[in-house]
Design a protein around this ligand. Structure first.
Ligand code: NAD
Ligand code: UD1
Length: 334
């Protein structure tokens, strides 16, 4: 299939392009390079032997998108492009709503114009807010998000569902990612956060390489087995493969469907630290500090819908994720 990938040079999209190319799909990638580098295209080619078609373009630019896409036959769009820094979204809400929601609406208009009514969207478990129950099924009611980033995901989901409602010819797959970590096993592509990492694994790998002195563990008084926050960490390559499977659903005219992409296992912050230490043989000094505002105690998926309908399940372990995250970091020390 000819697959349009927005946010193509980003962390999750780059791993997905590798899997798609290895499954024989042709890629047309777009990115405005606001949070990634053009080098990623060469790195993908290094892994797969195929250079994806790529355009440096903003999804908010209707005319620019039309000039690239008007004469192309696109079978499906996988829409990754978006701003994702939770803290920044609190201080720049208009920029986040404009880029993420405005950009998605522009993209949908272009897709409609060129006759591509198939889209897979990168959503997040953040739409569940403080989940009504765990493990979280797709039927769990959406919750109150604690930041504008989360609201953009929740609102875009609604835009997509309404678009399908107005014209059922649209096939829409919403993928709610849990906590993606890890990297391609080659160590060639991975996650490269700007500045001080907000998320746990990039912070741990920066402590491991000596760039940061110690990890701050945000709270040990949650109602969890060891008091630290519990999350469903998922290897980015498993996540990428979920998108390949979602294309089959699109091909079968699935209508509008929502899937959790998680492993179903919840691990605490201390579990992650201990696993990282034992797999990589590196000590991670840490200090328990107070809770981070907006954090929840426990968030993990009930992933059986994706297994039943898409034939997808995660296969990588937390050990694999810790090994591959460190392999990437140690090979890419700025
Ligand atoms: P990323 O920042 O690495 O990738 C996003 C890409 O989109 C970047 O390359 C950026 O340059 C590009 N982009 C942003 N705005 C754009 C615009 N207006 N036009 C064109 N390109 C634009 O992030 P990621 O971790 O790979 O996330 C991919 C998607 O998955 C995002 O939508 C993110 O919100 C979502 N998601 C990520 C996580 C996570 O933990 N990484 C969890 C849940 C959902
Ligand atoms: C965060 C975002 C969420 C986003 C998700 C994507 C917030 C409030 N939420 O979720 O919107 O969809 O990333 O992956 O930022 N932790 C520490 N020390 C650290 C960093 C994290 O103890 O330096 C703890 C956190 O308290 C949490 C766990 O590690 O219990 C995971 O944190 P993180 O990686 O930031 O992910 P989430 O909070 O789940």
């Amino acid at each position: 299939m000819n697959i349009l990938i927005t946010g193509a040079t980003g962390f999750i999209a780059s791993h997905t392009i590798v899997e798609l190319q290895q499954n024989g799909h042709h890629i047309i990638g777009l990115d405005n390079l606001s949070n990634s580098s053009i080098d990623t295209i060469d790195k993908i080619a290094q892994i797969t032997g195929v250079t994806p078609e790529f355009y440096s373009i903003d999804i908010c630019d209707y005319n620019g998108l039309m000039s690239v896409l008007a004469d192309k036959k696109i079978d499906c769009c996988i829409h990754f492009a978006g701003l994702k820094a939770v803290g920044e979204s609190v201080s720049k809400p208009l920029e986040y709503y404009d880029n993420n929601i405005g950009g998605t609406i522009t993209l949908l208009k272009v897709l409609r114009e060129i006759g591509c009514l198939n889209i897979i969207f990168s959503s997040s478990a953040t739409v569940y807010g403080t989940p009504a129950f765990v493990p979280i099924t797709e039927d769990c009611p959406k919750g109150i998000c604690t930041n504008p980033y989360g609201w953009t995901k929740s609102m875009i989901e609604q835009v997509l569902l309404d678009t399908h409602h107005a014209n059922p010819d649209w096939n829409i797959v919403i993928l709610r990612y849990f906590n993606p970590i890890g990297a391609h096993e080659s160590g060639i592509i991975g996650e490269r956060p700007n500045g001080i990492p907000n998320n746990l694994m990039p912070y741990i790998t920066q402590v491991a390489c000596g760039k940061r002195e110690k990890l701050f563990v945000y709270g040990n008084d949650y109602d969890t087995p060891d008091g630290t926050g519990v999350r469903d960490y998922i290897h980015v390559v498993d996540l990428a493969r979920g998108h390949v499977k979602a294309l089959d659903a699109i091909r079968n005219n699935c209508g509008a469907e929502i899937f959790n992409l998680g492993t179903g296992n919840g691990y605490s912050v201390l579990d992650v630290i201990r696993t990282f230490e034992s797999v990589n043989g590196i000590n991670i000094p840490y200090e328990i500090v107070s809770r981070r505002p907006g954090d929840i105690a426990s968030c993990y998926a009930e992933p059986s819908k994706a297994e039943k309908i898409l034939g997808w399940r995660a296969t990588h372990t937390l050990q694999d994720m810790c090994r591959d995250s460190w392999n990437y970091q140690s090979k890419n020390q700025d």
